[in-house]
Design a binder for this molecule. Sequence first.
Ligand SMILES: NC(=O)c1ccc[n+]([C@@H]2O[C@H](COP(=O)([O-])OP(=O)(O)OC[C@H]3O[C@@H](n4cnc5c(N)ncnc54)[C@H](OP(=O)(O)O)[C@@H]3O)[C@@H](O)[C@H]2O)c1
Length: 241
Amino acid sequence: MHALIIGAAGGIGRALLDQQIAAQAQGHIDQLFAVSRQPKPSDIPAAVEWFQVDGTLQGYQQAFRDLESRDIKLHHIISTIGWLHQGEWGPERRIEALNEAQLAEYFAVNASLPILILQALKPLLPKNELAVVAQLGAKVASISDNHLGGWYGYRASKAALNMLFKTAAIEFKRTHKQLCLAVIHPGTTDTELSKPFQQRIADDSLFTPELSAQRILAVIANLSPEQSGGFWFWDGKALPY
Ligand SMILES: NC(=O)c1ccc[n+]([C@@H]2O[C@H](COP(=O)([O-])OP(=O)(O)OC[C@H]3O[C@@H](n4cnc5c(N)ncnc54)[C@H](OP(=O)(O)O)[C@@H]3O)[C@@H](O)[C@H]2O)c1
């Protein structure tokens, strides 16, 4: 079994990678790959093949072409790519706070990049073996569950991600019958992404990256190809779109 973590240096990404490193040590994973904008940390074992990319789509495409040229197929892929705040930009509470550049960046990174990464991964996905591609999403992307408002760009871009993955799942069912595409909400997790918003979260609702990583892997372990295109809570229950 070959596994890949994309966005491996982030809070949840690193915790996922650590668990996959343990799974590799136990013999459950033959080859483990990681893709990140960051260089390979010195404490990551040599057995993990690390691709440092520049964060552009072309960078990811180049990394995947390298794997393709070696005839490698990937069975277990998780992408953590996503952003909520950066620099001056934080989630918009009111319509007056919306601006074109920030909205475009939300859609570019949270929706377009993950689906174009899936496009680039297609040659690496086995056609006759079980495989999963999971992208981390967010519960706030649920349109029917939006009772609070706010966070316009993050919500909308993650909702777009859900639609893109659902649409791809329908198409891939024809050619990759054993593939499951999934968007998974990790739960509010103690990482850089949630840091500015943690004071409003009860302690028992803020999870460690290690716990969230365990839960994400457990959700994936229970998914089957018939469930491709779903949007999942960290406990494995389906979330409404
Ligand atoms: N933390 C939470 O409470 C929470 C709640 C709901 C959903 N999520 C979702 O879970 C995922 C992981 O979040 P996290 O909490 O681990 O946050 P994080 O530590 O900020 O990690 C997010 C990762 O996404 C990648 N990324 C961010 N901006 C990017 C860009 N412009 N271009 C390419 N890659 C970019 C980076 O990977 P590299 O640096 O390795 O390239 C980054 O480390 C995100 O998709 C987030 O929306 C998190």
